[in-house]
Design a protein around this ligand. Structure first.
Ligand code: ARG
Length: 458
């Protein structure tokens, strides 16, 4: 395959080296962006009088045809080409001859690959945004149905205090809202146009970088030509945002996996999102949740690969930078695929309110409220805490819940206990009284839902 750079060489590239050097199998997914970038570039060249309008028209028409044929499969990508940029240019020149060869005036593959990647990742960031919004909407929908559903909240994976299932779900919704913010912020830095930096130094042609940038919908240009072709911060940044998304997903998926176990039984996953075992007929496995948890490692790995590849690279372009795409594409693909199954898995799972309630009733999770009860009757909190500890130990020995103790039993621990203790220790009361801002009381949860809905309306 003739190289774009064949001029100064006497013999062809060794075939193993050619394979090793080639990136077309990875970057061919950016063919639309490559063509879009070229179209804007040639429009700018014509507007600046660097090519004629007739030449630009011919190039634009042919690029349009190439794009349409690639879209519908009439034209197949030739994987013998070094990269997608070479393939598009070769096809263009094969079709319109010398005019096609003018496209690359005042441009290098170094600024070309950077613009392609930015355009592609901008589109991917928008897809991720849509997927995250869907997930947050699903969590909010579930939360709305469960503002009164009592769940033991955990610390140290030990039952701690009664909260609503909604409150737990909204904790995740908040994580994903922060991810949306991070994504939007990262998009600001993606959305800068490197075209016109050429190889590294800029160009002697009288180009108009701002025009190219605005034709492509960028917010502005990359200000320094050396930086424009060397900068991969926006790639590492997206990979980091993805790493946090994947970590949040992994935590939620771990909880779902626990909740779906026979030990918890808080949820039952739908058959659509469960798998069986080839040997154990009774099994209903949460494979999708487990994979969502497991994929996080790859997304971290992609970030690590990128940061390590960039470390110590001298300016400006170095071929190491070609490695950026495989890592960031894997990161984006993995996050999109995971978000794509997570939302419907949550949407179709059955919430077993009865089991959540049973676990809440059985865990002495109203003990803090018992101490508060005594403290509100005048006992210093530390003493109230101690007495309640002894009361819980007694109840455990007796195999009773706090609600199951008689008033006489209570009063052997403190004369401050009165009949109103049962109401005070009722799980629903305990949950509803936690009405500080952001707390688990249903009214506060509804307030949170309203605030989230302001962020996610269409
Ligand atoms: N395939 C290359 C990449 O992804 C395109 C840029 C090539 N530039 C060069 N000077 N070899 O980075």
């Amino acid at each position: 395959m003739d190289k774009l750079w064949a001029g100064r060489f006497k013999s062809a590239l060794n075939s193993a080296a050619d394979d090793f050097n080639s990136s077309i199998r990875v970057d061919s997914r950016m063919y639309r962006e490559d063509i879009e970038g070229s179209q804007a570039h040639v429009r700018m060249l014509a507007s600046c009088g660097i090519v004629t309008e007739a030449e630009a028209d011919a190039i634009l028409r042919c690029l349009g045809e190439i794009r349409a044929e690639l879209d519908d499969g009439r034209l197949e990508i030739d994987y013998a080409c070094e990269d997608i940029h070479s393939f598009v240019e070769k096809t263009l020149t094969a079709r319109i001859g010398d005019t096609g060869k003018k496209l690359h005036t005042a441009r290098s593959r170094n600024d070309q690959v950077a613009v392609d990647t930015r355009l592609y990742l901008r589109r991917m960031a928008d897809e991720e945004k849509a997927a995250l919004l869907t997930l947050v909407r699903t969590l909010v929908k579930l939360a709305k149905e469960n503002t009164e559903t009592i769940l033991p909240g955990y610390t140290h994976l030990q039952r701690a205090q009664p909260i609503s299932f909604a409150q737990q779900l909204l904790a995740y919704a908040n994580m994903f809202l922060r991810d949306l913010e991070r994504l939007a912020d990262c998009r600001v830095r993606i959305n800068r146009c490197p075209l016109g930096a050429a190889a590294l130094a800029g160009t002697t042609y009288p180009i108009d970088r701002t025009l190219t940038a605005s034709l492509l919908g960028f917010d502005g240009i990359c200000e320094n030509s050396v930086d424009a072709v060397s900068d991969r911060d926006y790639i590492a940044e997206l990979a980091f945002v993805n790493a946090l998304i994947a970590m949040h997903v992994s935590r939620l998926a771990e909880e779902v996996t626990l909740w779906a176990s026979y030990e918890f039984r808080f949820v039952e996953l739908s058959d659509e999102f469960s798998t069986g075992s080839s040997i154990m007929p009774q099994k209903k496995n949460p494979d999708i949740a487990e994979l969502a948890r497991g994929k996080c490692g790859r997304v971290y790995g992609d970030l690590h690969a990128l940061l390590t590849m960039l470390k110590g690279l001298p300016l400006a372009y170095n071929k190491d930078l070609q490695e950026d795409k495989e890592a960031v594409f894997d990161s984006v693909d993995t996050v999109l695929a995971t978000l794509g199954v997570l939302a419907p898995m949550l949407e179709t799972m059955t919430v077993r309110k009865d089991e959540m309630r049973k676990a809440a009733d059985g865990g002495y999770i109203n003990a803090t409220d018992c101490a508060d009860y005594l403290a509100k009757k005048g006992l210093p909190f530390r003493d109230a805490y101690k007495i309640t500890g002894a009361l819980v130990a007694y109840a455990i020995d007796e195999g009773k819940t706090l609600a199951g103790l008689s008033l006489d039993e209570y009063r052997t621990f403190s004369p401050l206990f009165e009949a109103d203790v049962y109401e005070a220790l009722d799980m629903h009361t305990c949950m509803s009284l936690r009405s500080s801002e952001g707390g688990t009381a249903p009214a506060r949860v509804e307030e949170q839902i309203r605030k989230i809905e302001e962020h996610i309306h269409d």
